[in-house]
Write a protein that binds this ligand. Structure first.
Ligand code: MTE
Ligand code: MO
Length: 375
């Protein structure tokens, strides 16, 4: 069993699969903290968690087509300037279970909890590349990452990001060795993972073994044949993965975390109260969260409870919100809907039907939560 050396996990995490381990937090706990505690951060592993001896650990950085190559230990990374960002990491499959209701898709059945918000500290990948003589003017297209976790054929988990994101002064791509001021836990990439803020979870490679500056994308399964979006008209009999680009920046999304679906809610002073999160990729900030309980006839603007102070295009964290909505007298049930708007005025689509895709990714339609009312 390749999974016998897995870390111990917090009992509050709800498993979506055990081997490999994948789990999310219940929605009420998810929005209890602006900074998600390490032990409560969702886990998305494709393979067994590797065991790494930090004393022997070395991260290799290679530049394709040149003899430039360096090896970095955790100690040598710690000697470089330390940089900290608040960033939300979200799986491309977050909220997939809602899309499944339209028509089945292939993938883990995530609820609204396949994301977390943490403070990540480490070294800017840009600083490491500049120390190797690479800068904005260098002619490379991609930066590839390989993890220490391998499949049964010994191929590592891998992904890549565009070169511009890695070298951009405002890209904030981190070789992170701390999560919320602690050593990164094993499940989240000990001892070093790359944090690519604003970009889909899949590119935030954990247990980083090797970085390759290249003209090509990663050839890994997860870059080429997964984590891509398609038209609702494409299904497994006619899909061609080479026809869609790999997902990088994620679109705007939001969710209602309190109350839960089908919960009985007590009406107070003629109002109900809801709580949730909203987030957008690409360094965009949430500028508004709209809520309705009458299918859009009346909209209410939620209050942002907490949000990072960084401005776009470097706003990487989620926003927590709350709203009080008046309910009409003696109503017995209502459906709460939410949609968020980001700093580019992007907003969410209304229905899953028209964004359905065979892998159930980019599942960001309005979140709709039916509840019962008690007066
Ligand atoms: N990195 C490695 N090496 N192996 C993996 O399986 N999963 C990716 C990414 N990085 C993965 C990885 C995916 S799909 C996601 S959503 C995030 O890690 C999840 O990060 P987390 O487990 O720290 O929440
Ligand atoms: Mo993911």
């Amino acid at each position: 069993d390749p999974f016998i050396k897995e870390p111990i996990r917090h009992a509050a995490l709800i498993p979506a699969s055990e081997k490999p381990f994948n789990a999310e937090l219940p929605p009420t706990l998810l929005v209890a903290n602006f900074i998600t505690p390490n032990e409560l951060f969702y886990v998305r592993n494709h393979l067994p968690v590797p065991e790494v001896d930090p004393k022997k650990y070395e991260l290799e950085v290679d530049v394709e087509g040149t003899n430039k190559s360096i090896k970095l230990t955790v100690e040598s990374l710690k000697k470089l300037p330390k940089h900290t960002i608040t960033a939300t990491i979200m799986c491309a499959g977050n909220r997939r279970s809602e899309m499944t209701e339209v028509k089945p898709v292939k993938g883990l059945s995530w609820g609204v909890g396949a994301l977390g918000n943490a403070e990540w500290s480490g070294v800017l990948l840009r600083d490491v590349l500049i120390s190797m003589g690479i800068d904005e003017n260098s002619n490379f297209q991609h930066v590839q990452f390989e993890g220490l976790d391998t499949d049964p054929t010994k191929k590592p988990y891998g992904a890549s990001i565009p070169f511009w994101k890695a070298i951009d002064r405002k890209g904030d791509v981190l070789l992170a060795y701390e999560m919320n001021n602690e050593v990164i836990p094993r499940d989240h990439g000990f001892p070093v993972r790359v944090i690519v803020p604003g970009v889909v979870g899949a590119r935030n490679v954990k247990w980083l073994k090797r970085i390759i500056v290249s003209n090509n994308e990663s050839d890994s399964h997860w870059q080429q044949n997964d984590y891509k979006g398609f038209s609702p008209g494409i299904d497994w009999d006619n899909v061609d993965f080479s026809k869609s680009p790999a997902i990088q920046e994620l679109p705007v999304t939001s969710a209602i975390c309190v109350p839960s679906p089908n919960q009985t809610v007590t009406v107070r002073d003629g109002h109900i109260t809801a709580y949730g999160y909203a987030w957008s990729g690409g360094g965009k900030k949430i500028i508004r969260v709209d809520v309705t309980i009458d299918k859009g006839d009346t909209w209410h603007v939620a209050d942002i409870i907490q949000q990072d102070s960084a401005e776009p295009p470097q706003h990487w964290g989620w926003s927590l919100w709350t709203v009080q909505v008046p309910v009409s007298k003696n109503a017995k049930e209502v459906e709460i809907w939410v949609k968020a708007v980001d700093s580019s005025y992007n907003t969410q689509p209304e229905s899953f039907k028209n964004i359905w895709n065979l892998r159930g990714v980019l599942s960001n339609a309005y979140h709709k939560v039916p509840i019962k009312l008690q007066w």
